[in-house]
Design a protein around this ligand. Structure first.
Ligand code: IMP
Ligand code: MG
Length: 171
């Protein structure tokens, strides 16, 4: 069995979620249309949602299911198994677990704009900057992480470890 080394504690994640909500609610004071990426972003998104609700913001949301990974390797080709609800004319906030090469988010951003979204902003829990292959930056970033395979708080390795309450890396 793989050994998971702790990287970001549950406490640090909660504190960072509150800070991100301050930034996001400043830019989206009244309503937000969120698109979260299944499956990895589901826990991060629900924590964000609950914090945003405390600011009296109306939140609509829809999910997309994208994948490009097999095990620890990115295939570089993104497939979409579930598309978002109508985004025409909307200002979108994408909520994602991690940006690695950037290929997934670049694909999604272009896809949403093609479907008529007015603007697209990105919030990611984790950012693995050194691995970037396409020039894409998130507007809101929880934590920068080193070039390690991270799991927990929604992120998996072959379907496991999503249920950890913190983020760790596989040694
Ligand atoms: P990208 O297209 O290379 O940016 O990859 C983004 C997607 O790959 C993320 O949405 C994750 O689902 C997955 N991914 C990338 N790095 C990791 C990791 O370290 N752990 C778990 N999933 C990862
Ligand atoms: Mg993902």
């Amino acid at each position: 069995m793989a050994k998971i080394m702790p990287l970001i504690s549950r406490k640090r994640i909660s504190a960072r979620v509150s800070e991100l909500v301050k930034e996001i609610s400043h830019d989206f004071p009244k309503h937000i249309f969120c698109i979260f990426v299944l499956t990895g972003a589901v826990i991060f998104f629900s924590d964000l949602l609950r914090e945003l609700k405390k600011k009296n913001i109306e939140i609509r949301f829809s999910a997309v299911k994208l994948s490009s990974y097999k095990g620890k390797k990115s295939s570089g080709k993104v497939t979409m198994a579930l598309d978002a609800d109508d985004v025409k004319g909307k200002d979108i906030l994408i909520v994602e677990d991690i940006i690695d090469t950037g290929i997934t988010l670049e694909f999604l951003r272009k896809h949403l704009l093609k479907k008529g979204a007015r603007t697209v902003r990105i919030c990611t829990l984790l950012d693995k900057k050194e691995r970037r292959k396409v020039a894409i930056e998130a507007d809101y970033v929880g934590f920068s992480v080193p070039d390690k395979f991270v799991v927990g708080y929604g992120l998996d390795y072959n379907g496991r470890y999503r249920d950890l309450d913190h983020v760790g890396y596989i040694q």
